[in-house]
Design a protein around this ligand. Sequence first.
Ligand code: SIN
Length: 279
Amino acid sequence: MNYKHITVEAVTPAIGADIFGVDISQPLSAEVVAEIRAAYLEHLVVFFHDQTLTPAQLVTFSKRFGGIGYYPFVAGMPEQPEVVAVVKKEDEKINFGGLWHTDTSYLERPPMGSVLYAVEVPKIGGDTLWNNMYMAYEALSPTLQKMLEGLRGINSAEKPDAAVTRTHRMAEAPKDAAAIVTTASHPIVRTHPETGRKALYCAAAHTMHIEGMTVEESRPLLQYLYSVQQREEFGCRLHWKRGMVAFWDNRCAQHNALNDYHGYRREMHRVTLEGEVPV
Ligand code: SIN
């Protein structure tokens, strides 16, 4: 891609790119939006630096890439309900999103992307990892790839390791999700609707078992797939600074917020973007 309006620099060969030369708090031309989208599709997660965004500006930027998604468990900010504050306080030991996942894969239509803005970062630690799920799929043998075609994962919000990461925020900003279905069957291998590439779409945080198989029967295969998904050479790591923004593609990337900063406060503002039923 020949970028004319922004500068794009890959951060690892696998995933992630820094975007320079754009102030995303300002109205963006269609050409700039198209180039950001191209970089996002090529690199799966893109990073902006030194931004200053009100919650309303974060929403305006996000809406240039799609409709705003729905998060069932934590209420949005009172002044800007589309934005969820992702906070870990000085006295808390549990962080939000602190395990490998793709956002809300337990919904029938999981979000296509998420935008995260760093409002307050810990003095040390608090990095986020992203991994490339196309590469995870492509690393499998053709025989295993063929075996996975047609298999579906049952994804649930109730998996205990993931459910616990929401507890503090749910207590602070409760939302009544009783009517929302938070279990969904999705293909283990999904085809990205824009790039046409195949990506592994099960996740340690939310996939309970393979449809038609018991938890025990599914475990060895799923554990193997998670181990491939989490390989270091498929990833990148962001050390956050205040004012950074990450915009990632949930259809082909997974992320993990590291919980290595007890005693420090971290606050991020998050918007998710509507997605489609995975196929
Ligand atoms: C999330 O999983 O959406 C939060 C990621 C982070 O806080 O780094």
